[in-house]
Design a protein around this ligand. Structure first.
Ligand code: CA
Length: 245
C-alpha cells in the first residue's frame, strides 16, 4: 500500500434544463472539509427548491463545523438525519409545503478513504482507468422491480413509474441513507448527479465525456450541454471530484 497523500479538487454545475420553469436541484461542497452534496427536490416548484436547499445547507453547516472525535461518515449520517428532520418539520407547518422532500447523494473524503451516501435516485459514480462504475443503488420502484427480476432495464426506462422513489429526505419522520465505503486511488474521478443527467445520457455517454482530459469545470459544462441536447426534460446537476497525488 502506497503512502501517497491524495488531494481533492472539485467543480459543479446546475442547470434548469429546457422544459422546467424552475430549478429544484441544489448542490454544495467544501474541498477543504472533504464534503460534497447534490440534492434533487420534489413537491412542486417552491417546495422542491426549499427541500433541496434545506438539505444542502444542513449538510454543509453540520459537516463544516465538526468538533467531536466521531468519524466523518457517522457525522454525515447524523447530518442527513438532521436535514430530514428540518424538512419534515417545515413541511408539517405549512400546507403548501406538505409532502415536500429531496434526494441526497453525498461524497465524503478523508485522505484515501471515501464514502458515498445516498437517499433516492440521485447517483454517485466513479471513473477509474477510463471505466465508469455506478456506486450507489437507486431507491426507486423500477430499481426494486429490476432487482426482483420483474422488470428489464429497457422496460424500466419506459415505465410510467420511473419517477417513483422509495426513499427521500423529509417525507417521513426518519430515514436511513445507504453508505458505500471506497478507497480512492490517484486519478479517480467521482461524479455526483441528479436524474436529469442520467435520464438523458447513458452511462456509456457519460463515460465518454469524462474520459476527456479537460478541466473539471469544462467536463461539467459538457455533461450539462449533452443532457440539454438530449432533451433537457428535467433539472440537471453534476458535481465532479478528482483525487490526485
Ligand atoms: Ca430530477
Amino acid at each position: 500500500m502506497s503512502t501517497v497523500v491524495l488531494h481533492y479538487s472539485a467543480a459543479a454545475l446546475t442547470d434548469r434544463g429546457r422544459k422546467r420553469a424552475s430549478n429544484e436541484d441544489a448542490f454544495g461542497y467544501s474541498a477543504e472539509h472533504g464534503i460534497y452534496v447534490v440534492c434533487d427536490g420534489m413537491g412542486g416548484a417552491a417546495a422542491g427548491e426549499i427541500a433541496s436547499s434545506l438539505a444542502v445547507d444542513e449538510m454543509m453547516r453540520l459537516l463544516t463545523q465538526r468538533a467531536g472525535d466521531s468519524s466523518i461518515v457517522t457525522d454525515a449520517e447524523q447530518a442527513a438525519a438532521s436535514a430530514n428532520q428540518a424538512i419534515f418539520s417545515r413541511a408539517e407547518r405549512s400546507q403548501q409545503l406538505n409532502g415536500m422532500g429531496t434526494t441526497l447523494v453525498a461524497l465524503l473524503a478523508e485522505e484515501r478513504r471515501v464514502w458515498m451516501l445516498n437517499v433516492g435516485d440521485s447517483r454517485g459514480y466513479r471513473l477509474r482507468n477510463a471505466r465508469l462504475e455506478q456506486i450507489t443503488i437507486d431507491h426507486s420502484l423500477v430499481e426494486e422491480q429490476i432487482r426482483m427480476g420483474r422488470m428489464s432495464q429497457s422496460e424500466a426506462v419506459r415505465s410510467p413509474l420511473r419517477n417513483v422513489i422509495t426513499r427521500a429526505l423529509g417525507t417521513q419522520n426518519s430515514v436511513t441513507p445507504d453508505v458505500f465505503e471506497l478507497e480512492a486511488e490517484p486519478g479517480d474521478l467521482f461524479l455526483l448527479c441528479s436524474d436529469g443527467l442520467t435520464r438523458e445520457l447513458s452511462d456509456t455517454r457519460i463515460e465518454s465525456i469524462l474520459r476527456e482530459s479537460a478541466p473539471l469545470e469544462e467536463l461539467c459544462a459538457q455533461l450539462v450541454a449533452a443532457a440539454n441536447q438530449a432533451g433537457g426534460h428535467d433539472n440537471i446537476t453534476c458535481l465532479l471530484v478528482r483525487a490526485q497525488a
